[in-house]
Design a protein around this ligand. Structure first.
Ligand code: HEM
Length: 139
C-alpha cells in the first residue's frame, strides 16, 4: 500500500514541476536560429532605408550582427551573455531623433514580420528592447 502511494505522490510532484516551468520568450521565438533570421532581415531593412543607413556608414557590420543578436538573446531570456558596449556608449554622439528611433523600430518590426514572428511575441520583444530608449535619444 505504501509503495503505490509513494509513486502517485512522486508523479504529482514531477508533473507539477513540469507544469510550472515557464517557457522563455527565447524558446517561444524559436531560439537562436530565429533570432539570427530576424537580425539578418533587420540588416537588410537598414541597407534599403535611406534615412537609417547613413547612421551605419562607418560600422563594422559583422560586429553589429554579432552584438545585436547576443543582446536579443539576452533580452528574450536565452542562454547568452552580452559582450558589446552599453547603449549609451554605442549611440552617444549619433544624435538619434525620436522619429529615427521610431523608424528603426518599424524596420525591426518588418524584419520580424518577414521571419513570421507572431505579433504577441513581437510586442514582448519590442518592450524589452525599447526600455533603454532614453539612453539612446538626442545624445
Ligand atoms: C531599439 C533600440 C536599439 C537597440 C536595442 C540597439 C542595439 C544596438 C546594439 C546591441 C549595437 C551593437 C553594440 C556594439 O557594437 O557593442 C548597436 C549598434 C548600433 N546602433 Fe543601435 N540599437 C537600437 C536603436 C538604434 C537606432 C534608433 C539607431 C539609429 C537610428 C541605431 C544605430 C546604431 C549604429 C549606427 C550602431 C553601430 C555603432 C558602431 O558602428 O560602433 N541603433 N545597437
Amino acid at each position: 500500500m505504501v509503495k503505490p502511494l509513494f509513486w502517485i505522490l512522486a508523479c504529482i510532484v514531477m508533473l507539477n514541476g513540469c507544469a510550472s516551468r515557464s517557457v522563455s520568450l527565447y524558446e517561444e521565438l524559436g531560439g537562436q536560429a530565429k533570432i539570427n533570421e530576424i537580425v539578418e532581415n533587420f540588416v537588410y531593412e537598414i541597407e534599403y532605408n535611406d534615412t537609417i543607413l547613413p547612421y551605419f556608414a562607418d560600422t563594422d557590420i559583422d560586429r553589429f550582427i554579432e552584438k545585436f543578436a547576443e543582446q536579443l538573446c539576452v533580452f528574450s531570456g536565452g542562454p547568452c551573455s552580452y559582450s558589446g558596449d552599453t547603449m549609451k556608449q554605442v549611440h552617444g554622439g549619433m544624435n538619434i531623433t525620436e522619429a529615427d528611433f521610431n523608424l528603426t523600430v518599424d524596420l525591426f518590426i518588418n524584419a520580424m514580420n518577414k521571419a513570421n514572428v507572431p505579433h504577441t511575441l513581437q510586442n514582448k520583444l519590442i518592450a524589452r528592447m525599447t526600455h533603454t530608449r532614453k539612453q539612446m535619444l538626442y545624445l
